[in-house]
Design a protein around this ligand. Sequence first.
Ligand SMILES: [Zn+2]
Ligand SMILES: [Zn+2]
Length: 349
Amino acid sequence: MKAAVWHRKEDIRIEDVPDPDAGPGQVKVRIKACGICGSDLHEYRNGPFLIPAKPHPLTGRSGPVILGHEFSAEVLATGEGVTRVRPGDRVTVNPLIYCRNCHYCLRGQHVMCTKLGTVGFAWNGAFAEYGVFPEYGVHRLPDSMGYDSAAFVEPLAVAVHAVKRSHMNIGASVAVVGAGPIGLLVMQACRAAGAGRIFVIEPIEMRRAIAAETGAAAVLDPAQADTGKEIGILTGGLRADYAFDCVGNQASFDTAVKATGRRAVLCIVGLAMKPVEVYFNRLWGHEKELVFSSGYDDEFPAAINYLADGRVRVEPLITDRIPLDDLVEKGIKELVRRGDRNIKILVKP
Ligand SMILES: [Zn+2]
Ligand SMILES: [Zn+2]
């Protein structure tokens, strides 16, 4: 089969590799759509990052590896002992590979597993014609859900988890800093969870337009306005009750602090590539809380429901669909160079 294999940074090759077979407890699928994620770009530009440098304790894998972890698929075959799915089922897969035996796994906090690995990094992923995955990660899709929407279940699970981690209250006002794929999905997940008004702060015009189209009460350009002051005006001086930093750098964190009012919660969703300074006195006097959100545990069913009934709309986020052969040139490099005209590019193997 054809697959996109990461060999080392700036070296992803479309190659012929042997078709995988489903072992015991595994499900073989035909990949229908797979989104390109920021973490795929990161492996391309600076990796290995999530790709293990030495054999992974659960999978035995290190690079080279097939990338791709945000996907939908059709079941082709099942290995010994598989009972939950059958050939022909339409599915998505939670890409977390966890031990199911450590303190955190036993509490259902799979993303905290001490041996955590991820499909597309520590296990062959979905930028390929076929894939084989553990049955425990496989989720069936409702008949009404298209394969392209279903490729968003994984990033939407990230967003749903972030809202849960923040303990956002119904009716609260929310600021979302950064309207990339995750920021836009966090905004919609907050709406689905009953937020009052949501303010989205984003410098790129096209992204602000999509935020406005998918439900933001106001969109703000940090280059044009003092966004904290603007949100203050929009909230009668209170500013937001919750802020989600979906970027993860000093500027976005500072923006999130200024966007929020007293006793606000700041939830950090973006992955910080450099240290970020936190001046305690800017949080202490107003008793602001700082929480972090990284991945998801069991938010796949919620994400599937939100997409199935249209509470979360992802069609406006799809800026291109490309064949596997074009993954590097029209996918990864395009996303690296042209953030001003892209949100999510789907690969259709
Ligand atoms: Zn991802
Ligand atoms: Zn574990």
